[in-house]
Write a protein that binds this ligand. Structure first.
Ligand SMILES: *Cc1c(COP(=O)(O)O)cnc(C)c1O
Length: 371
């Protein structure tokens, strides 16, 4: 095998070698099936078993109660920007958003196409260097949408109670008046998320769950029954997807299989708590170093820093280019910041081992020496 680099991409992102090896082993012939998963009918018993087990593993990992449906959909997290309002609100209804970054703004824009969207809070004025505090949400809002982890700006919600009004946070068995809908694309399974506090959680899989082409939606069952405008296409209805076990049409079969392998890997590694502990360690190594560095800077307020996407800068564009080139020569790739922010970004999802973060730190030290 050619040497694998440490890939700090924000997504699609580095996956654990064990997961790729397992997929490789089973690629030509899935055990007991006489065929590859790639060639398997989604209506076959063997495939039903694959999708059922993926769903059960995710339920176990995130302690998802039985009154929540798990859906495997397509269209990326971006399609959820439209599906959430289309399924939870009518055209005349109010829908509320906390604007904490680029994807949060996109979600708001799609919400505004469908219903009466309001920004309940925004940290745009502060360059999205913090998570805004949402003090109040219109009483008639059909949901409040948040972006749990802001992939581009490197911020995250850590304690919902610090940032959101009580009326949007559910407790187990007692749903909040206004359900919380959250885009957790870039931190799902990377830190503990108490599902019972939400009405709906969604995530594009290519950040922390492995393959592109799959979106996971976790939705409380009572929300499926909300009346829907007849214009909502069948394929964009959660209730139809739920009724059909995520197989109203052909699902992204191989992506679901790969996500299932990722779920099994996280379970074998000790579950989400173990991942979070590891991710906290990885993130702390980088933030500590950056905070004490005369050269590297991170502008995010410490209490809102993401565990998954560490954004940082160097004094000049020439420094940034030189650092990226040094990193590349040492086998570290995709450290360039998002085109909106410039600078640098290290995405350190579950698939990035501590060894990769140490290699990055060594490179940062080596770069400082050249100055
Ligand atoms: C990457 C990302 C998106 C967009 O995901 P797609 O699957 O490409 O549509 C949306 N939200 C967040 C938080 C992301 O990190």
């Amino acid at each position: 095998m050619e040497e694998r680099l440490f890939n700090f991409s924000a997504g699609p992102s580095q996956m654990p070698l064990e997961v790729l090896q397992k997929a490789q082993q089973e690629l030509l012939c899935y055990p007991g099936a006489g065929t590859s998963v790639l060639e398997m009918s989604h209506r076959s018993p063997a495939y039903q078993d694959i999708i059922d087990r993926a769903s059960q593993s995710l339920r176990k990992l995130m302690r998802i109660p039985e009154d929540y449906e798990i859906l495997f959909l397509q269209g990326g997290a971006s399609l959820q920007f439209s599906m959430v309002p289309m399924n939870l609100a009518g055209r005349e209804d109010t829908v509320a958003y906390a604007e904490s970054g680029h994807f949060a703004s996109k979600a708001y824009e799609e919400g505004a196409r469908w219903a009466k969207a309001v920004k309940a809070a925004s940290s745009r004025e502060e360059g999205f260097t913090r998570i805004p505090v949402t003090d109040a949400v219109p009483a008639d809002a059909r949901f409040l949408h948040i972006t749990g982890n802001n992939t581009i700006f490197g911020t995250a919600y850590h304690r919902l109670e610090d940032k959101l009004p009580k009326e949007v946070i559910s407790a187990a068995g007692s749903p909040s008046a206004i359900p919380l809908a959250a885009d957790w694309s870039s931190a799902i399974l990377g830190q503990e998320i108490d599902v019972t506090k939400y009405g709906l959680i969604y995530a594009g899989a290519q950040k922390n769950l492995g393959p592109a082409g799959l979106t996971v939606v976790i939705v409380r069952k009572d929300l499926l029954a909300r009346e829907k405008d007849p214009v909502v296409p069948t394929m964009l209805r959660y209730d139809i997807a739920a009724k059909n076990g995520s197989m109203y049409n052909t699902p992204p079969t191989f992506a679901i299989y790969l996500a299932g392998l990722m779920f099994d890997w996280v379970l074998a590694e000790g579950g989400v708590a173990a991942m979070e502990e590891r991710n906290r360690r990885k993130a702390a190594m980088l933030y500590d170093y950056i905070d004490n560095s005369p050269l590297f800077t991170n502008r995010v307020v410490p209490e809102d820093r993401s565990l998954m996407n560490v954004v940082f800068t160097l004094p000049t564009d020439a420094d940034t280019a030189a650092f990226l080139s040094l990193a590349k020569s040492r086998g570290l790739t995709n450290l360039k910041g998002h085109r909106l922010t410039g600078g640098l970004r290290a995405s350190i999802y579950n698939g990035m081992p501590e060894e990769g973060v140490r290699a990055l730190l060594d490179t940062m030290k080596a770069f400082e020496m050249t100055k």
